[in-house]
Every structure is written in C-alpha cells, then in structure tokens.
Design a protein around this ligand. Structure first.
Ligand code: PGA
Length: 254
C-alpha cells in the first residue's frame, strides 16, 4: 500500500506554550500507527526546533515547515532557507499552499523553484494544488490543476517526484467547512495520478501519496480516506485540537 499520511497544517496559530501543549497531547496519546502510516506536523517556524526535538526518536511522526525560500543563503531579509530547515531536523516543507499563492503572490514559477530547491537539499516537498470556486463552476478544474502540475511539479526528475507528496486542496473547501464531495475528490485524485503516469510512468504514479485537504474533520475523514486514490489528508483547523487530529489520523487506511 502507498504511504498513508495525515499532515497537520497549523498555519499562523498558537503561542509557544500552546504549541508545546498540543504536541505533548498528540504524543501522550501514542496513536496506533502501522508501518505504512505517517504523521507530519507543519508548524510555524519559531516552534520547529522544539517540535523536531520532541519527535526526534519517533519513526512515523515528522516535522514540516509551512514555507521556505528557494535560495540557500544571502541577502533575503525575513526569508528562511531550506538548508536552515534541514539543520533543525525538519524533513518536509509545504510548497504552494493556496494561501501562499493568493495572499503572498506565489506563482507556478516561484513554486517550481521552491520544489527544486527542496529536492536538491533532501527535504521532501508537500506540493499543494487546487482550483478556485469560479474555475470549478466553469467546469475547468481539471485543466487548471493540469497547468499547476505542468508549470511547477513536472520540472522534477523521476527521482525527485518520487520524494514528493501531493495535496489536492480545492480553495473553496479550505477553512469553509464545505468539503468537496467524495466523487469530486476521487475524480480529481485519479486525474492527478493519471497525469503523473503520463509524465513519469505507472510505477512512479502508483507510489506517490496524494492527500486531500479542505475542511477534513474527524467526522468525514474515514469516508474521504477510504477513496482509492486518496492517501490521507492535509488538515488545517481540525489539527489544532489534539483529540480531533488523533481521530483523523486513526482514519487512515489500514
Ligand atoms: P482546513 O485547511 O482543514 O482548515 O480547511 C486545510 C489547509 O489549508 O491545508
């Protein structure tokens, strides 16, 4: 089975003590994970060091950053480089989240550079794609996603894409409480996998984990994760409550 992943995206939430408390709560629970299960916590930069020390010895819990810059070092005030993240024990980075695209002007080319920089520094990217509501209403969502893949993701080599996790997050479902239907989710995930197949071949397409994101909650995770082409979720709001996130993680395919 492909690796099944539950990734938390805390976004810009929680104070340092609250972050410590939440991680403590997650670890105390000792979530029963199988070898093909992975939990990833994408948390704010200032807490990465603390968190990566706490999960240091745990095989299937890893820490991610929510963003990075594509240059390794230099005069880029306020930015954080991938080697800096690697030096803290961070192993994943979210790249291309729709909030970065919309609020901070990141385009497909910028995301392409970030993906390549991650792979060149042995950090695994979690590449986000997803369409806005007007594109979905026009029925143009597949073309829209195809373009995001083509202009950012498909510059990676076969070895590099094999290290990448994809998250499909329809923008209209993020933080709105409105999830896509199971049919919409499975249909898009299948389409993404087919495009990877066409570009890189079936062996690679079959092994890449494709997560769904957009109002995943404890009460819908089981049904969403059951879909054949869904390999877990990227969870925003519901990842801020330990019990809710644990219950989502327990919904991964067994
Ligand atoms: P949400 O966020 O679960 O709050 O919809 C998901 C995300 O933005 O990654």
């Amino acid at each position: 089975m492909r690796t099944q992943i539950t990734a938390a995206n805390w976004k810009m939430n929680l104070s340092y003590p609250q972050a410590e408390e939440l991680i403590k709560g997650l670890l105390l629970h000792d979530i029963p994970l199988q070898p093909h299960h992975q939990i990833i916590l994408a948390i704010p930069f200032p807490y990465l060091d603390m968190a990566s020390k706490k999960v240091h010895n745990l095989r299937n819990i890893a820490i991610a950053a929510q963003n990075c810059y594509y240059e390794n070092q230099g005069a880029f005030t306020g930015e954080v480089s991938i080697p800096m993240l690697a030096s803290l024990g961070v192993s994943f980075v979210i790249v291309g989240h729709s909030e970065r695209r919309i609020l901070f002007g990141e385009d497909n080319d910028c995301i392409r550079k970030k993906l390549l920089a991650c792979c060149n520094n042995n950090i695994r990217p979690i590449f986000c794609c997803g369409e806005p509501l007007d594109i979905r209403r026009q029925g143009a969502e597949k073309d829209f996603i195809a373009q995001q893949l083509k202009e950012s993701l498909f510059y990676l080599s076969p070895e590099q894409i094999s290290q990448t996790i994809i998250a499909y997050e329809p923008i209209w479902a993020i933080g709105t409480g409105q999830t896509a239907t199971l049919e919409q989710i499975e249909d898009m995930h299948r389409s993404i996998r087919n495009q990877i197949d066409a570009q890189y071949g079936k062996n690679i397409a079959d092994t890449i984990s494709i997560l769904y994101g957009g109002s995943v909650k404890a009460n819908n995770a089981t049904d969403i994760f059951k879909q054949a082409h869904v390999d877990g979720g990227l969870v925003g709001n519901a990842s801020l409550v330990a019990q809710e996130f644990i219950s989502i993680a327990q919904s991964m395919k067994r």
